[in-house]
Design a protein around this ligand. Structure first.
Ligand code: PHE
Length: 436
């Protein structure tokens, strides 16, 4: 018998946990900072609530309709060559988790660095990520926690832990937001966040917002197919999908409201890019009263966010192996997790001992990031949306209302999204990504 979520909100909690991650807290604020603040945020929100919502529901419906993990979901809904797209999804998760876990290890390491009080020292971040022994150790701890949760099962691992962790994350985030908004000078950051400058919007802005929307909602690799397969059919789908999109964007915006006003209040550069979190923020915390505690809480929050996402990646691979080869969960999750831990080692070393080892001009870390984000993820997402829009439509559309039956009026709009708009936009992301 297939496992099912224990509670009615099981899917929302687990899927929101997957969606809310480093993408929301680490990536979104610096992307907004680099792309004109509010204008980027508005475009992002528009995309996530239309396109993101549609694709999320497409995946969720495939999972719930088939009650299978990605490859078998494609097979049972149609067969032919279609399961290849499920395989691409599993492969994407397999490629993302190793380097995601390395970054998860950095966040863990920064809890410790913040306690020690050395996080703000000049060059601290560079020195930390180039220290192979240390980063591999934290990567190992992070991966061990991921494996622990997934090996405990859908209900007692994923659902139970994500509920606890997501609650903790929201509490921490609200606490941090209140602290930061009370800082003198925070208004400038809020203003930057809420007054759109559309002159900064270029094709690149839209491209960036679009790929961020996909990454942030964990789309294109079968996470939502897998989590959808643990749902039973009573309820209409749209409410759950909307809650996930709502929670995901709420966290991104709150994270932006913590990070950007803090950066402005101390006159630092909001366009610092990826180093905004690891270099600029420790600087902010060092200057603010009670900063040490808030620094520790911030990196704790980041670790928690990363963990609820990493478990969904391991779950995709585990569920696939379980379903395809009738393996049992405990050895499968441990074995797959160990393999991904090993693959993460050269990623961890990419900033130190192996920084000179490159393939196609990229370090191992960058190569894994490129391969998953620019090639595999768009391919998988295109396969899924096209499949739902054209091939499995008549079966999948039945899922919208679940056991209540009937097809809601807006279903044709959803179909237009899946069949035409999403595949075209994804094709565009892919070409731009590879050409750029
Ligand atoms: N959505 C996660 C984030 O925002 C990343 C992720 C992508 C997790 C794909 C799982 C699958 O960080």
């Amino acid at each position: 018998m297939r496992a099912h979520w224990r509670t009615r909100t099981g899917f929302i909690i687990a899927a929101a946990g997957s969606a809310v991650g480093l993408g929301n807290i680490w990536r979104f604020p610096y992307m907004a900072g680099e792309n004109g603040g509010a204008a980027f945020i508005l475009i992002y929100l528009a995309l996530i609530f239309t396109l993101g919502f549609s694709v999320l529901m497409a995946e969720q419906a495939m999972g719930r309709a088939s009650q299978h993990s990605p490859v078998r979901a494609f097979r049972s809904l149609k067969g032919g060559f279609w399961p290849v797209f499920g395989m691409i999804g599993v492969l994407t998760a397999f490629v993302i988790l190793p380097f995601y876990s390395v970054v998860g290890g950095w966040t863990l390491g920064y809890i410790w660095k913040s306690i020690e009080g050395v996080a703000r020292e000049k060059g601290a971040f560079g020195a930390f990520i180039s220290d192979g022994g240390l980063t591999i150790l934290f990567h190992a701890i992070f991966m061990a926690m991921t494996i622990w949760i997934v090996h405990s099962g859908v209900r007692n691992g994923i659902e139970k832990w994500t509920r606890v962790l997501l609650t903790l994350l929201l509490v921490l985030l609200i606490l941090l937001a209140i602290r930061v908004l009370l800082l003198p000078g925070a208004e400038k950051g809020i203003e930057f966040f809420f007054s759109p400058d559309f002159s900064k919007v270029t094709e690149d802005t839209i491209h960036a917002a679009l790929s961020q929307a996909f990454f942030s909602l964990s789309l294109g690799m079968g996470v939502m197919i897998t989590y959808g397969s643990y749902m039973s059919r009573e309820k209409p789908l749209a409410g759950d999908a909307a809650s996930v999109v709502g929670l995901d964007s709420m966290v991104a915006i709150l994270a932006g409201l913590v990070i950007l006003p803090a950066v402005f209040a101390f006159g630092l550069d909001p366009k610092a890019g990826p180093s905004l979190t690891f270099i600029t923020l420790p600087e902010v915390f060092a200057q603010m009263p009670g900063g040490k505690i808030f620094g520790v809480l911030f990196f704790l929050m980041l670790t928690v966010a990363a963990l609820t996402s990493s478990i969904s990646l391991l779950e995709v691979v585990t569920a696939h192996l379980e379903d395809e080869y009738q393996l049992s969960r405990v050895p499968t999750s441990i074995g797959a997790g160990l393999l991904m831990f090993l693959l993460g080692i050269p990623c961890a070393l990419s900033f130190g001992a192996m920084s000179d080892v490159t393939l196609f001009g990229m370090t191992f870390f960058d190569l894994m990031d490129y391969l998953s984000g620019k090639i595999l993820l768009p391919l998988g997402a295109m396969g899924i949306t096209f499949f739902v829009g054209w091939v499995a439509w008549s079966r999948v559309v039945q899922e919208l209302n679940g056991e209540q039956g009937g097809i809601p009026g807006w279903a044709s709009l959803w179909r237009l999204m899946c069949a035409v708009i999403a595949p075209l936009l994804i094709l565009w992301i892919m070409f731009e990504g590879i050409a750029g």
